[in-house]
Design a protein around this ligand. Sequence first.
Ligand code: MG
Length: 448
Amino acid sequence: MTGKRLFGTNGVRGITGADMTPTLALSIGLALGSMRIGSIAVGRDTRTSGPALCSAVKAGLLATGCDVTDCGILPTPALQYLVKEHFDAGAMITASHNPPEYNGVKVIEPDGTEMGDEETIRLEAKILDERVPLSPWNATGREVHASHLVREYTDAVVKKFPAGIGDGITVAVDPGCGAACATTPEILTRLGCRVVTLNSQMDGTFPGRLPEPSPEGLRPLGNLVRSTGAALGIAHDGDADRAVFLDENGEFIEENQEFGLIANQVCRDRKGTVVMPVSTSRLVEEIARRNGCDVQYTPVGSIYVARAMRALEAAHKPVAFGGEGNGGLIYPDHQYCRDGGMTAAMMIAILAREQSTVSDLVAALPTFHLIKEKIRGADPSAMIRNLCTAFAGDHLDRTDGIRINRKESWALIRPSGTEPLVRVIVESPDQKIAQAFFDEIMKKIDPS
Ligand code: MG
């Protein structure tokens, strides 16, 4: 996003010892401490570099006079929940779904959302300025350890559902040796499920699979689903703000279908706007409208979804649901951030309500054909400009890149933030229409 130099859409990330160092973590702690004087919660995922980086962030916070509560290893949404309930800000040491050598910091605002662009630019200026005022000896912060606080988060999720809702349901859970080891098996057990697990020991070397819950990495979970007769397989990314699912046959459920399935459940009980990025399948819009909800599109990035949902709430407009088509879903009656533990519990509620298999529920969703491509070109913004001219007669949405909306199809073309290429997504219920539209874009894009 324009103006940010260190932070991406979800905090600072980099390779440990190269771009992500204790020195940078200390600067982040100092900068955050000087901006949000008060009581700050810190937490981390299971990465091996977590203790060193977390200690450095804490040193900065304490030196600027903030009191620090170290919540230990817990999911990002658990820390976000605790910050919303008790603290003036938070810092989560995590690289989410990135490989083990990465780590980073996500900064959490008092309302539990990730820090937005404007405040992040202010924070970066302080990090780069390096002249943060330090507290004298008698005004430095105090540190307490409170790894028991994570229980407040699991309690909050469990309380959203009727007691015993998971009775008779076997689920196979793969937290990927990440932060959800501490929470999701417990949540599901307390809902009444019989829980079998894989990769449920915390281990920052990630010996079972990479933190990204990909279909390939989840093959052993598929085997566990089949061998135990589980109704469902559940997996998380490293910090468990996302959850993905396997059906009772161990087959991966594409994340837009997951979004649609859960939107169908949530929107039956809660009316209002469903908020999602422009990259989301039209499946979700169709399901929202079927349930009497409307939709709002945002730029790509969960923080834009969360902030748009907060803005609707502030304007006293009903907000039903939100999320991204990557398993990161946001429940406004719980908190305004992606929550993998809540999403896991919600799937149990769907199974209990529908009395149907997961594969049948997925098969009942409307079908859409999606084409995704990366197109290389020296000047991505010129490619976007060409398309704006070429498709001027269509209905264009410029929320993020260019989205071309047609009755039977849509396309999104966005420049990459880091490489000389544009990403193209085309979708239609009809495969031939999707292919023809994609070919039309290729002709007009001029990748010169
Ligand atoms: Mg994540």
